[in-house]
Design a protein. Structure first.
Length: 148
C-alpha cells in the first residue's frame, strides 16, 4: 500500500521490528477513540523499534478528510491509503473497523483485535513483544470488541 506521500510500504521491510497494523477510517467512531491509544504507544516505544502502519479504508469521497484526521490526532507514523476488505482477509480479520494486528520481529502475527483496541490491550502486547512483560504471550486468537 502507498502512504499519503506516495511512498510504497511492504510488511517485509519491517522485519526485525515490532509492527502494529491498524485498519481504520476517518468516518469510523471507534477508530477515532482508538487512535490516541496508538499515537501514545508510538510516542512511548518508537525509539525501541515499534512501527505503526495506519491503513485507511477511506474511499475517494472521504480520502480528502485524511490530512485533517492525521493532524488532529498527531499521527507521526505512516498513514496508508487504499485499504480494502482483502487487506483485512490477509490477516483473517473479517470486515470490521477498527482492526489491529500485532506482528513480532520475525514477521509473525502474535495477536489481533477486532473492534476498538483498549489501552491495556495495546500496552500488554507491546510490552510483551519488547520483553518488558514476563509470562505467557497475549492471546493470539482474535479479541472481538464488535458491538453485539
Amino acid at each position: 500500500m502507498k502512504d499519503i506521500n506516495g511512498n510504497l510500504h511492504n510488511l517485509e521491510e519491517y522485519k526485525g521490528k515490532i509492527t502494529i497494523v491498524s485498519f481504520w477510517a476517518t468516518w469510523c467512531v471507534p477508530c477515532k477513540e482508538e487512535m490516541p491509544v496508538l499515537v501514545d504507544a508510538y510516542k512511548k516505544w518508537k525509539d525501541r523499534g515499534l512501527v505503526i502502519l495506519a491503513a485507511s479504508f477511506d474511499n475517494e469521497q472521504t480520502q480528502p478528510n485524511i490530512p485533517d484526521f492525521v493532524k488532529k490526532y498527531k499521527m507521526q507514523f505512516p498513514v496508508l491509503i487504499g485499504g480494502t476488505p482483502e487487506h483485512l482477509q490477509q490477516f483473517e480479520m473479517g470486515e470490521y473497523l477498527p482492526a489491529t494486528v500485532f506482528i513480532n520481529q520475525n514477521g509473525e502475527i502474535v495477536s489481533r483485535i477486532l473492534g476498538q483496541a483498549r489501552k491495556k490491550e495495546v500496552v500488554e502486547r507491546v510490552e510483551w513483544l519488547l520483553g518488558d512483560r514476563p509470562g505467557k504471550k497475549p492471546p493470539a486468537a482474535i479479541v472481538d470488541h464488535r458491538p453485539k
